[in-house]
Design a protein around this ligand. Structure first.
Ligand SMILES: [Zn+2]
Length: 126
C-alpha cells in the first residue's frame, strides 16, 4: 500500500510508513476498517420470491422492488455508504415480506374463489 502522507510504497500489511512514520492502518475507510462487517442484502430471497411469483403467474412486480433494494445494499456498501446500505437492507427485507404477504393473499383469494366455484357447481348439479 502507498502512504497517504508521503506516497511511499510500503508492504501491504505494514501498519506504519517506513518513510515518514504515519500510521497506515486504522485510518482507512469504514469498509476497509470493517472487512468482516456484513449487511444482509436479501438478494437471494428477493430473487426467489420474484421467480416464484412469476412461476405462479401472479402479477407481482413487488419482488423486483426487493431486488432493486437488495442490489443497492452491495453497491452502497462498496461505496462506503454504510448507513445507506443498512437502510437499503431494511427496505429489501420489508419488500420481501410485502411480496410474500401479497402472494399468500392472492393464493388465499384464489382458493376461496375456487371453493365458491365448486360450491356453485354443486348447486347447478342439483
Ligand atoms: Zn509516509
Amino acid at each position: 500500500m502507498y502512504c497517504r502522507n508521503c506516497g511511499s510504497l510500503n508492504i501491504d500489511n505494514a501498519w506504519k510508513c517506513v518513510n515518514c512514520g504515519t500510521i497506515l492502518q486504522g485510518t482507512a475507510s469504514p469498509v476497509a476498517a470493517a472487512p468482516r462487517m456484513t449487511i444482509p442484502s436479501y438478494l437471494a430471497q428477493a430473487i426467489i420470491l420474484t421467480i416464484v411469483s412469476l412461476w405462479c403467474c401472479l402479477p407481482l412486480p413487488l419482488g423486483v422492488v426487493s431486488i432493486v433494494y437488495a442490489a443497492q445494499v452491495n453497491s452502497k456498501f462498496t461505496a462506503g455508504d454504510i448507513a445507506g446500505a443498512q437502510q437499503a437492507s431494511k427496505n429489501a427485507k420489508m419488500w420481501c415480506w410485502i411480496t410474500l404477504g401479497t402472494g399468500l393473499l392472492v393464493v388465499l383469494v384464489y382458493i376461496i374463489l375456487l371453493a365458491l366455484g365448486v360450491l356453485s357447481n354443486m348447486h347447478i348439479g342439483e
